[in-house]
Design a protein around this ligand. Structure first.
Ligand code: PS7
Ligand code: MN
Ligand code: MN
Ligand code: MN
Ligand code: MN
Ligand code: MN
Length: 343
């Protein structure tokens, strides 16, 4: 494994890797394993977006304060003294110590700075659309997920190509890069139904849940379990449609450290979808994959053959559990079967 030696780093850079470890559940190890100057670029990219997302998520910031903050956020990357001390979120540290992140941002190669600043600007702008409204249509859902995750995939892919560790096509094919982010974000939104709805944040598209009630919160009522699970299965089926793009994207990667960085979140996502599929527990708490299973997958997901085997394993288990009377039965079977022909 390439070296990520903290002892020889300047203090601000060392502090950035401390932020990374304190704020990311799953990304810290795979980012530290990246090679060359890509490691610092992705670390800073992560922290910048973590800071932006902390503003977006903070429901104690009034909307008329939040909108201009999100839109202007990228401009603070080129300043040395901007910070925000009023957040109440668990990751508020990245806002309170933002000058440390800005300092390290300014030390990156100019091409990396351009990509990160560009994505930060577009994401901040897009986030403002969905602060006071929830996604209605499936197109809205794709649009919100594009802003908060598809853009991350597009930015990361540009960083990969800019590092010369991956082919230029990886950075140019924004459709596939977008799908990589959408698969993760839809899985996160599906899994976090209860956590989000209790915070009055509704990310499930109304086009799906509106068939079953007037308010999304109604789906958490025990007497609504049948409807709720039908809606859940419909959204999981929608998310599974990104798998062909995910497999194509992954097959283009040539650098082992980049492959692992990309593969691990994707295999966690397909495992999470399998756990959530037809599972009423989604409406009573947060469904998580077992720690042992997660560790095993993270060690395995290092080749295209094993990534395919993992996708085939979890989609097969979904197929076995499709209820014959589920409203999405035909669509779910079709996308699982298509996945199985690709793996
Ligand atoms: C730059 C590594 C690899 C081509 C902070 C990685 C929230 C699901 O529930 O906090 O909102 O709290 O657990 C990561 C594509 C993005 C998409 C997005 C940046 C993969 C700010 C991750 C991560 C593209 C917006 C999890 C999308 O957050 O969720 C870097 C390729 C940040 C990736 C958000 C969500 C990430 C997410 P919650 P989390
Ligand atoms: Mn958010
Ligand atoms: Mn968040
Ligand atoms: Mn709309
Ligand atoms: Mn979430
Ligand atoms: Mn979270």
């Amino acid at each position: 494994m390439p070296k990520c030696d903290f002892s020889t780093m300047p203090p601000t850079r060392r502090r950035c890797y401390e932020f990374l470890k304190m704020t990311s559940r799953s990304f810290a190890a795979v980012i530290q394993a990246l090679e060359g100057d890509l490691r610092d670029a992705v670390c800073i990219f992560y922290l910048v977006l973590r800071a932006l997302d902390t503003v977006e998520d903070d429901m104690t910031i009034p909307i008329d304060v939040k909108v201009p903050m999100l839109k202007a956020f990228y401009t603070h990357l080129r300043e040395s003294d901007w910070r925000f001390m009023e957040s109440n979120e668990k990751d508020k540290m990245v806002l309170e110590e933002f000058p440390v992140i800005a300092t390290e941002f300014q030390a990156l190669a100019p091409i990396y700075q351009t990509v990160i600043s560009d994505i930060c600007q577009q994401m901040g702008e897009g986030m403002t659309i969905y602060l006071d409204q929830s996604p209605d249509s499936m197109d809205d859902w794709n649009e919100y997920c594009h802003y908060v995750a598809g853009l991350v995939g597009i930015g990361l892919s540009r960083l990969f190509s800019a590092s010369a560790m991956e082919d230029t096509v990886v950075g140019e094919d924004t459709r596939l890069a977008n799908s990589m982010g959408l698969f993760l974000q839809k899985t996160n939104i599906i899994r976090d139904f209860l956590e989000d709805v209790l915070q009055e944040r509704e990310f499930w598209p109304k086009e799906a849940w509106g068939k079953y009630g007037k308010k999304m919160l109604e789906l958490s009522r025990p007497e609504k379990r049948g409807d709720a699970v039908a809606c859940l299965n419909e959204l999981i089926t929608n998310a599974l449609h990104h798998i062909p793009d995910v497999l194509t994207y992954m097959s283009r990667l040539r650098n082992q450290s980049i492959f692992n960085f990309c593969a691990i979140p994707q295999v966690m996502a397909v495992a999470t979808l399998e756990r959530c599929y037809n599972n009423p527990a989604v409406f009573a708490g947060v469904v998580k994959i077992r720690k042992g299973e997660a560790v095993k997958m993270m060690m395995e997901a290092t080749t295209m053959d094993s990534v395919k085997a993992i996708f085939s394993h979890f989609t097969t288990h979904i197929k076995e559990r499709i209820p014959p009377n589920d409203p999405s039965v035909v669509t779910t079977r079709a996308i699982v079967d298509r996945t199985l022909t690709l793996t």
